[in-house]
Design a binder for this molecule. Structure first.
Ligand code: GLA
Ligand code: ZN
Length: 681
């Protein structure tokens, strides 16, 4: 539970009372109650107010707000305010200001613009966190801690370079090991001393390419990402440890950003008491991609409930087109988070600013300053419904039989790679396979390559380019015991330093897949080949388009399911299956059209009974998930379509957890309707 004393859905979000006079703050209490808000996050960006100079701290204003919230029975998600250092601090300690990828030293301004290895930043942020913990430890409305805000601050300064050398010494022990890991004899890069190592940036080994960051030395660039992710994590851990000493029972989090490339969130998750994340879908984003981010966040701590800690009540300000959320859309997105394992619904923000760049970002209380707005009313209505849910879904579990392997190192390595194609991106490949399952209402978990897969029927690893130690054995163990494994082109190429494993791709996966890859063709995206099925599997079409990458493979035991339809490798296998122990290992050697993935999922569903369709004929855009609590099945049914749908839940009985009514007839879902139904057994 997010807080064992609060067995209900936390509902509220960022509040910036430091931007408002007392009379507005008092009025806010009334409005927040009307909106059924039970928690606010503060003070996220108030370091300058809390500490006007190095020797002075000023908490009185915050005490008053804490008290007022307490009187109103509103809980506090206490932020440590360390995401934006005060101007005096940057001036006094200029080494705190970071150097960017292009070598420019930043001036003071913006936010999350500090060098993560700055000793002074770490010291002063820990000091502030300590003081906040000591001051507010006895407040009964302190619910949870929120450290800093949306960390993302890579730095390329001289101090970071020094620390990078230390980090490398710990990792490689000897300079020979490092030369070997990075393959430094290439282009005469051999180094003889740690001091010769230069942090990779746009000034040496890196540059901004047409669609990605490019590098001459993938091993070096990968290590810099790992080092930066670790350095930034160390800032969080410093505050975490300081807070824990004083308030050991209050959970600590920092707000993640979904599938966010720069930070290895799996590693970060080890230091989070609860995962929380900020969900800001743009106009037209597919529900499937949003669902995927929720599932990834749930996967970070092996399925524990997470927090939706920010979303907008309506529009944002920083997107290219800041569409307002249509009536019912905010509610639908909120329930989608709960449907995928969240135990909170929180917004940025409670009251809309009057100045600076977020003044046109929506808030529960808008510039109209009234409860009589559409957005306020929708927020209040949702708060009431969440209240009615009580603790019915809190800490419930999400049982999936399908796991998708996700790995930040692999993501970085695939996209640092020079060749085979600038079109190859990791996330879209994951999204494509995820969507195939999600669109059929098949629950999916995200797993690490070295996790125990025994509870899954199917493991999918799109573009598993980097095969770290023991991963091949882990997968083989899973398949030999009856599991189904699916992987694609550009898998099993390199070790964790991006060094190719010679002897034929996909190296240690060769015997599992029963094939080896001799060549990998890459063509412009508009050039298609085709997958021609040989009819051995049911419910597949005769032919599918494929593009981008085309493995030319030799079979070593695998069975051909489909062959290329054209080019000089026409007739060679493109889709195969290999029996391995009691299981099956599938290989997809090119980038297929979506319909192929859909048909593959239908085929797997027919073999493994994976879908939560409740015996109904489900239309596209009807999302169904299941959370399980105390052996009770709780179904979330969401209509993402613009039109209404009817579900005939013939053979089962349900109770509507919001209204407490039994469902006896067909279920009519108007556009954007949501039902949360407990199955009566
Ligand atoms: C992020 C931040 C918030 C706010 C919102 C606006 O999620 O964490 O402080 O800036 O964006 O959308
Ligand atoms: Zn730095």
């Amino acid at each position: 539970m997010i807080n064992s004393k609060l067995p209900f859905i936390l509902y509220g979000g960022d509040y910036n009372p430091d931007q408002w006079p007392q009379e507005i703050i008092e009025k806010d209490m009334h409005l927040l109650k009307l909106a059924n808000i039970n928690i606010v996050t503060l003070p996220v960006f108030s370091w300058a107010l809390l500490q006007p100079d190095e020797d002075t701290y000023n908490f009185e204003w915050l005490d008053k707000i804490f008290d007022l919230l307490k009187q109103n029975n509103i809980y506090v998600c206490l932020a440590t305010s360390t995401a934006a250092q005060p101007a005096w601090m940057s001036r006094k300690y200029p080494e705190m200001l970071p150097v960017d990828f292009h070598g420019s030293k930043r001036k003071h301004g913006g936010r999350v613009k500090f060098c993560p290895n700055s000793t002074k930043y770490r010291e002063l942020s820990v000091k502030l966190a300590t003081k906040l913990a000591e001051r507010y430890k006895d407040y009964s409305n302190l619910a949870i801690w929120h450290v800093a805000n949306e960390y993302d601050n890579y730095c390329y300064c001289g101090h970071c370079q020094e620390e990078f050398r230390q980090w490398l010494k710990n990792r490689y022990k000897t300079i020979d090991n490092l030369n070997n890991a990075w393959n430094m004899n290439f282009w005469g890069h051999t180094v003889y001393s740690w001091d010769e190592i230069v942090a990779p940036s746009a000034l040496n080994e890196m540059w901004d390419g047409p669609s990605k960051t490019c590098t001459t030395f993938q091993g070096m660039a990968l290590d810099y990402n790992r080092f930066m992710s670790d350095s930034i994590l160390a800032c969080y851990i410093g505050e975490y440890n300081a807070i824990k000493k004083t308030t050991p029972d209050i959970k600590i989090t920092t707000n993640f950003m979904g599938a966010f490339k720069p930070l290895d969130y799996f590693k970060w998750a080890e230091y989070m008491d609860v995962i929380s994340w900020d969900n800001y879908p743009s106009y037209g984003d597919s529900p499937s991609n949003v669902a995927m981010s929720h599932d990834l966040m749930r996967g970070l701590k092996s399925g524990d409930s997470f927090m939706l800690i920010e979303q907008s009540p309506s529009q944002a300000n920083w997107q290219p087109y800041n569409s307002v959320k249509r009536p019912g859309e905010m509610k639908l997105q909120s329930y989608q988070a709960l449907a995928h394992g969240a135990d909170s619904v929180m917004f940025f923000q409670m009251r809309q600013s009057i100045g600076a760049c977020e003044k046109y970002h929506a808030a529960v209380i808008s510039h109209a300053d009234s409860e009589n707005t559409r957005i306020f009313k929708e927020c209040a209505a949702l708060g009431k419904e969440l209240n009615a849910l009580g603790d019915s879904i809190i800490d419930s579990k999400y049982n999936s039989k399908v796991g998708i392997i996700f790995d930040w190192d692999n993501w970085w390595a695939v996209e640092f790679s020079s060749g085979p194609s600038i079109e190859l991106k990791y996330l879209p490949q994951i999204q494509k396979y995820y969507a195939g399952f999600h669109n059929k209402n098949i629950p999916v978990d995200f797993v690490k390559p070295n996790d125990d897969f025994s509870k899954y029927d199917i493991i999918i690893a799109p573009v598993l380019y980097m095969l770290k130690d023991n991963v091949a054995d882990n997968i083989k163990n899973f398949v030999s015991k009856g599991g189904t494994f699916i992987t694609t082109f550009f898998s099993g190429y390199v070790d964790e330093n991006d060094r190719v494993k010679i002897g034929g791709y996909p190296s240690e996966l060769r015997d599992l897949l029963g094939l080896w890859v001799e060549e990998l063709d890459a063509l412009p995206p508009e050039i298609n080949n085709s997958i021609q099925m040989n009819g051995s599997l049911d419910n597949f079409d005769y032919e599918y388009k494929c593009n981008m990458l085309f493995d030319i493979i030799n079979l070593e035991g695998a069975t051909t399911l489909g062959t290329y339809g054209s080019d000089f490798y026409r007739g060679r296998p493109v889709f195969t299956c290999n029996k391995y122990g009691n299981g099956d290992a599938y290989y997809i050697a090119s980038n297929p059209e979506t319909k192929f993935v859909d048909d593959l999922v239908t085929y797997l569903d027919s073999k493994h009974s994976l879908s939560l369709s409740l015996g109904c004929d489900i239309q596209f855009g009807t999302e169904i998930t299941k959370r399980v609590k105390n052996d009770k099945n709780i179904f979330f049914i969401l209509n993402h379509n613009d039109k209404s749908i009817t579900l005939n839940l013939k053979n089962k009985s349900f109770i509507n957890l919001i209204t407490n009514e039994n469902i006896t007839d067909d279920l009519l879902l108007n556009s954007r309707d949501v039902f949360i139904l407990e199955e009566i057994i």
